[in-house]
Ligand binder design. Structure first.
Ligand SMILES: Cc1cc2nc3c(=O)[nH]c(=O)nc-3n(C[C@H](O)[C@H](O)[C@H](O)COP(=O)(O)O)c2cc1C
Length: 181
């Protein structure tokens, strides 16, 4: 069973998450390729998909959305999972008392859910290294309200656990495909 982990990342945090997911899938006995979505030439030959993007101003990166739209029929025909990288910060609950991982679900996801009917969508805490920021992100993050956001908030146990769950859901599919003539 071959799985494509396709991601888009501007500063590297999401790439790290995608690579960890790929490692876990391989540790669980599956075959996984981890590829930047804009570089993914073909989705032919893959049995399942994990697709993720960094979130900027409430949306997935355009290249990740384009990848999904370009390949929607093939992706929708196989098991698929989505993940988003963002929010950042130590707070687990937002000012309105909602779980940050729920309030951080980007608006892109509703649109992609209609296209793919994925098996799931996970929000993972991301990372922000202010030294790496380019314009206009550096200006946005220079605003006083965002001054507290700096650091790596990725929760590797959370990411690993989710990837293990994906591998577990694929195990029966992998077993069935080996029985096909
Ligand atoms: C300008 C800017 C805007 C951001 N907007 C959001 C947002 O709307 N929601 C969110 O959850 N995270 C947001 N983030 C945090 C990023 O999603 C997070 O840093 C992510 O892990 C970056 O991934 P990358 O290093 O792969 O590019 C923003 C970060 C920057 C720099």
């Amino acid at each position: 069973m071959r799985i494509l982990v396709a991601y888009e990342s501007r500063y590297g945090a999401t790439e790290g998450i995608a690579r960890r997911i790929g490692e876990v899938l391989i540790q669980q006995g599956l075959s996984a390729d981890v590829v930047r979505a804009r570089d993914a030439r073909s989705v032919e030959g893959y049995d399942a998909f994990v697709i993720g993007s960094a979130v900027f101003i409430g949306s997935w990166m355009r290249e990740a959305v384009d990848f999904v739209k370009r390949n929607a029929p093939a992706l929708a025909a196989r098991p698929a999972w989505l993940f988003s990288s963002g929010p950042i910060g130590d707070e687990k609950v937002d000012p309105r008392g909602r779980d940050v991982k729920e309030s951080a679900v980007p608006k892109t996801i509703a649109e992609l859910q209609k296209l793919l009917a994925p098996r799931g969508h996970a929000v993972f805490f991301g990372a922000l290294d202010r030294k790496k920021l380019r314009l206009p992100d550096s200006l946005i993050m220079g605003m006083p309200a965002f001054a507290k956001y700096d650091g790596d908030f990725r929760d590797w146990d959370d990411i690993t656990g989710w990837a293990e769950m994906v591998a577990g859901e694929l195990a029966p599919v992998a077993a069935a495909s080996t029985l096909e003539p």
